[in-house]
Design a protein around this ligand. Structure first.
Ligand code: SF4
Length: 344
């Protein structure tokens, strides 16, 4: 059994015209909006992105404002989305667009690809959707849909598999490249969904789909398990003095670079060890109370955290001591610390 892939183009485009969801970044094809939404969508579901997207654009409505934004404000706008380097790269790319392209997103795929933080997928999405360049934008949705249609059991996490799928799609990409890319992604997001059962009975490609014909839907796509993540135990300190709480800035390099956090130390600690740490920070506890545990999962590491709320006798100079209001409005605290932020 073999599928002639070019046969999917027409029904796919027709289905997309009828069924496309109205999304804020789809209304006009402003490249800044498409770019921002694509970067946000790399880490969060569409429904959650809508709110971040609206807030971000309300504050930074143009590429010029993005290029000029203060880092603290940028990180605050990104708070909760994670992968903060993506926000920093947005700004760097904005600066490059201002300097080299008069504030206008370059139109060609090859030029878009030179912007910081923009990889093949995002460059493909922007150039095909906004400028109708005939290039592909292959994300996990596209890999899943095509693997199922051709019943390929190759590991979609491998670059070689992606290249093979790109080769097949290059042969069939139509003039309406933007719609074609969006249609494949939309099908993957709404019908040929990743976890759980795809809704094949609603799928415009069901008559072509070999995975369906061969009963292989459960097995495809193949994703080999990634290496196990490293687990790091941590103690998080919610240090309180009156109305204020201690925060500190993380190092400028590495995980969550430059973000604010509640002071924390690696390892699981006894009460005695906690007191020693406080001493090292020139702090003295009036009261120490455990306030629960939390796990945060990054791509390569898991933090297993235990929180302690500690009333201290006086503030030190090592940390910044801020009010709840300042914490809400001016300091970007990564989602990893969300549990502790909630109790402030
Ligand atoms: S028929 Fe089912 S498995 Fe095949 S592409 Fe459509 S939704 Fe996916």
């Amino acid at each position: 059994m073999k599928v002639e892939l070019e046969e999917i183009v027409k029904p796919l485009l027709e289905w997309y015209q009828e069924n496309r969801r109205m999304l804020p970044w789809r209304e006009d094809k402003n490249p800044y909006y498409v770019w921002l939404s694509e970067i946000m969508l790399q880490q969060t579901r569409i429904e959650a992105v809508k709110e971040y997207y609206a807030r971000f654009l309300a504050e930074l409505p143009t590429i010029q404002e993005l290029a000029e934004v203060e880092e603290e404000k940028l990180l605050k706008l990104w708070e909760g989305l994670g992968y903060y380097n993506r926000a920093r790269n947005l700004k760097k790319a904005g600066q490059k667009i201002m300097q080299e392209y008069d504030g206008e997103m370059p139109k060609k795929y090859e030029d878009i690809l030179t912007l910081p933080g923009i990889g093949e997928y995002t460059a493909g999405a922007i150039s095909s959707i906004c400028f109708n360049e005939k290039v592909l934008a292959i994300d996990g949705n596209v890999l899943r849909v095509i693997s199922r249609i051709v019943a390929s059991k190759k590991d979609i996490l491998l670059l070689a598999t992606k290249k093979e799928i790109a080769k097949k799609l290059e042969k069939i990409i139509p003039e309406e490249a933007g719609n074609f890319n969006e249609a494949l992604m939309e099908l993957g997001e709404t019908i040929c969904i990743p976890n759980g059962k795809p809704q094949c009975e609603k799928c415009p490609l069901q008559t072509f789909c070999l995975a369906k014909k061969k009963g292989l839907i459960e097995e495809i796509p193949v994703r080999e398990k990634k290496a196990k993540r490293k687990v790091e135990e941590k103690v998080v300190f919610i240090l309180r003095h009156g109305e204020r709480v201690a925060v500190q800035k993380r190092e400028e390099k590495g995980l969550l670079a430059g973000m604010y956090q509640f002071p924390n130390e690696k390892g699981d600690k006894t009460k005695k060890q906690i007191e020693e740490i406080l001493k090292k920070w020139n702090l003295k506890a009036k009261r120490i109370r455990e306030v629960g545990k939390a796990v945060h999962i990054f791509s390569h590491i898991e933090w297993h955290m235990t929180g302690y709320e500690i009333q201290v006798e006086a503030e030190n100079e090592i940390f910044e001591w801020i009010t709840k209001e300042q914490l809400e409005n001016n300091f970007a605290i990564p989602t990893a610390f969300a549990k502790w932020k909630k109790i402030i």
